[in-house]
Design a protein around this ligand. Structure first.
Ligand code: AMP
Length: 411
């Protein structure tokens, strides 16, 4: 037997139906807020990610699926969606002539991480990117969209955690203050964080290790270092979120770690074990330029779909579509079976049947095992009638109804 690869899993059954449902709802909300879909390749030149995500990041250092193609060029399976969208944006010259663009995507991402619950080597993200807009309005509007979306699909009490991590004007001062503090406590930090003091001190703030958390608890707060522009940006985002009655709190340890992130960074937590972020996002005003385009601001986020699906598997508003029928049939003329199915399908009801001839009781048993709540009985007599002979599998009740009214009998 050939097994699937470690960290790669199949999504099927109820999980697949929840996935499909939340993807439909995500598209609905993204479109509602002016984002338009983009479908991107899952494979790109390696350098797009090493430059776009940053050579120092964990993703680039140890998590990418990178290999040579048949001509010896280094290619990488995308570990995230933003870099590809930025590549598309620059490649089409939008940064030069049409900078205001809003995209959304949905798809598989690949990271060579140690697999564990909620962490896979192939996982899925829905994300959006807004280019050319540097205004607290876009940050607040997009965060509002997300909270509305999470509520719509039944995430209990979504909570936005937000921070402002400064910009190239004020961050260097903060980095120096933070480095100074961290050097004084170096021996209490984990080995990764000791390295980060020099390479990426902000990242120490979101290390999950208990010992590092204790050290950073008393570290300097970036809020005391923000320049006037970042400070007023931050205040406006928070004012707008309050006005929209979005539940949020400032989390000064929330950072996105990568150089090009500026000002707003945020996460949304929800459901049980609320320390788990369902998504992450922020403003990346330096990224388009870092990838060879004009200096165009950007704002975006990515939702971790696998985590969301597993949360909803436990506490889901999601209800299976009741509009599903199984046809139990016994006919000499098989074309009549297809004709009856066709009528019902045109009425928007899903219909299935077993193609081999079996006894009624064997077909009913199969329908029961598959969890059908209703079946249609189709014998020679029913085939002559306009009415549908419907049987409720839970109560055993049988009725004759017009196919045009059938949906209301299925609820
Ligand atoms: P990131 O792109 O690292 O900012 O992550 C955005 C979201 O994707 C997170 O909130 C996670 O829920 C999800 N995510 C990241 N890595 C994985 C993974 N290996 N497996 C499953 N979900 C992931």
């Amino acid at each position: 037997m050939i097994q699937s690869l470690r960290g790669m899993r199949d999504i099927a059954g109820r999980e697949a139906r929840i996935f499909q449902w939340i993807e439909e709802r995500a598209r609905y909300f993204f479109e509602l807020y002016g984002y338009r879909e983009i479908k991107l390749p899952v494979m790109e030149r390696t350098e797009l990610f090493s430059r776009g995500i940053g050579d120092e990041s964990d993703i680039v250092q140890k998590e990418m699926y990178t290999f040579e193609d048949r001509k010896g060029r280094s290619v990488t399976l995308r570990p995230e969606g933003t870099a590809g969208v930025v590549r598309h944006y620059i490649e089409n010259g939008y940064d030069k002539r049409d900078p205001l663009k809003k995209f959304y995507y949905s798809g598989a991402m690949f990271r060579y991480e140690r697999p564990q619950k909620g962490r896979y080597r192939q996982f899925y993200q829905f994300g959006v990117e807004a280019f050319g807009m540097e205004s607290p309005l876009i940050d607040a509007d997009t965060i509002t969209m997300l909270v509305d979306y999470f509520r719509d699909i039944g995430v209990e009490s979504p909570l936005v955690k937000v921070n402002n991590i400064g910009c190239p004007v004020c961050r260097p001062d903060y980095n120096r203050a933070l480095q100074g503090y961290l050097r004084n406590h170096e021996e209490r930090l984990c080995p990764d964080c000791r390295k980060r003091i020099e390479t990426n001190p902000l990242r120490v703030l979101d290390c999950k290790r208990e010992s590092c958390r204790k050290v950073v608890a008393d570290s300097p707060d970036i809020a005391d270092f923000l320049c006037d522009s970042c400070r007023s940006y931050d205040e406006e985002v928070q004012t707008l979120l309050s006005a929209r009655k979005i539940p949020f709190e400032r989390d000064r340890f929330l950072v996105r770690g990568l150089d090009y992130y500026v000002k707003t960074v945020f996460e949304i937590h929800g459901g049980e074990g609320a320390q788990n972020a369902l998504m992450g996002g922020g403003r990346y005003d330096g990224l388009v330029e870092a990838l060879g385009g004009q200096p165009v601001p950007g704002f975006g986020f990515a939702i971790g779909v696998d985590r969301l699906v597993s949360l909803l598997m436990e506490t889901s508003l999601f209800e299976e579509d009741p509009g599903k029928l199984f046809m139990v049939w016994s006919l000499e003329e098989q074309a009549l079976l297809l004709e009856k199915c066709d009528i019902l399908r045109k009425c928007g009801v899903s219909v299935d049947f077993l193609p081999d001839k079996r006894s009624f009781s064997s077909q009913l048993k199969y329908a029961h095992r598959q969890g059908y709540r209703h079946v249609v009985i189709l014998g020679e007599e029913e085939a002559q009638s306009e009415q549908i002979h419907l049987k409720n599998m839970e109560t055993g009740d049988e009725t004759y109804v017009s196919p045009y009214d059938i949906r209301e009998h299925l609820i």
